[in-house]
Design a protein. Sequence first.
Length: 650
Amino acid sequence: MKKIKYVLLTAILGLFAANMNMFAQISTEFSDIFIVQASYEDISKMDGTVVVNEEDLLKTPMSSGIVDWNDGYVKVPIGFSFEFNGEVYDHVFVNVNGFLTFGRMDNGRLIEPPLLMEATQKPADAFFNDDPSYPVNVIAPFWGDHYYREKNSNFNGYLESEIAYLTKEVDALGHKVFIIQWKNININYMLDGEKIKSSVGNFQVRIYQSVDLYSRQGDVEFCYGQVGGNKNTQDDRIIVKNSVVGMKGYKKAQGVEADFVNALAWDNDPVDMMGEASTTKELTNQWTPSGGTDFRIRFQSYGRSKEKLWWGDGDVDFSKVEGGKHHQYYDYQNRWVTPNDVRVIMKSMATGVLLDPTIERAAYHGDVNHNGRYFYNKDGNKVDITWKNSFFDDSLQNPITKEISNPRQQIYFQVTEYDAAIILAYIGARCPELPWLLDSIPAWGKVNSIDNPATGLKIGEIKKLNDNKYQFPVFLNGNLNGPLSFKFHVNGTIVDMVGNENLNVVVENSENIAVLSGSGEFNEDEYLCMITVNSDEANLELTDVRFNDNTHNNISLATSVNSGNEVSGNVIVTPNPVANSATITINTENEAKYIVTVYDMLGNKLAELYNGVLNQGINNISWNPNLEAGMYFISVEGNNSTESIKVIVK
């Protein structure tokens, strides 16, 4: 179902999202994609419209006058300052193939687009991937392999093309809109080697001047007019497939996938700018991409989505900025640092979509413990900057500045789930302020030394729910008082992840990444969370394990466990169900140390029945359960193996 906002264009110019969840760079710029009802307006004959001179259009910026009818750029003025992807521009480069690019900034200097002839003809490759030969900082209303038909093309049966632009006022306060129009462009003109004369399209980009006094970032619209209409041919074929509609930034992170937002996600209600809009690679399959010539695709700007109060202040969701939810509490950090800031970081960790690294944006505020920054050098290798310091520019001296051209966009902040844990500690008044540069959190009240301090994780009894579904609790391997965090990958599909409601923990997961952050007092007998996984592997492998910002060994879990419907041959409980007393019979292969433990169905450790050496052969342990009626597990661990059996207490 279409998500349509029936509003006047001038009325929606001042609407910006108050709930500012910041993730990837382009997602940071815009909060939503939706449809606005407004008819297509041809600007060709409007006052102030400038029709691009063909000779200017066909000189690509670095080709020194080489005529290129098919893939040319032209540089045109916007008419006002506009911010895109963290930089401010006053010109754009319009390409015949249905997109514009702002170019890229290098230490404040504009690098004009190179001659990208072949790259501009391959929108799917150039839009969804990062490569030095692909355009960056792109706005693409209809990017395909198009052709600009010059004057007098009608003699050859084609329709003459036109590219024009106009800057005009849109409200009484003098705010402007910049319109670029592709008219009668021969869209996707080649089909099996044949030039299709009837495949003609009309479309526009509208870039709105910001109405926000604190930002130059405004809304963007894609508008679509008539398609076809070439009276010079009887053919009526229109080729719209395999064109790209959306925006692309500049270097989301090291890797092959680009930082993009796919505008075709507009029919998702609401659009997840971090999720589907920034991951789906859907291409156009109909005209118009907006659903009609009287509908426009609108990108709503975040507007006030930047703040440079200080690095690592914890306001990851920007609720304190002008117009934000907690702006009235600007001077009170404890008012605008909230659990939602934790959620923003946690979701980033679970999905692998980095918080925006640009200075003043989300990650800049999220690295509350200043445990460092990093960048990718010219060889593509990650280089960590591990100094703790109060100012962003500290430690960014040579040779670092020789390795990167633009620290503003190429320095990444080490934001992890442990930062989320420290934010929780701050909310719980265990940390006096953010940023928190010290390596320990002060404990308030009477302080006792912690027995058996936790150094990592341990996994409780794994339970088989059905053929391919398993459930296991996660514990600490000791005790902890303060911030707590972990993250790991699972070689299966995480179906559910539930935190212990008795603990101050927050959990987040994607298909195969589990993340937890918390703050408080934790002991090794309390499970932190319960995870349910689908897997057909012989072993569940927990990899890339990180505990309180430290890397730990991988964990392997055997899935060949009892479902509870059968009795292990080496562990027998008699009687079962148990009334007042029972005997646990354990048949051991070797003399070794064993631990016999009782767990509830959630994996909580209830009692340790035995911890010592068992002889080879049959061993009997008496058990008088002082438990409520229900179902429990008896676990026998030792000799490098673990076996369990389900018991019922009456």
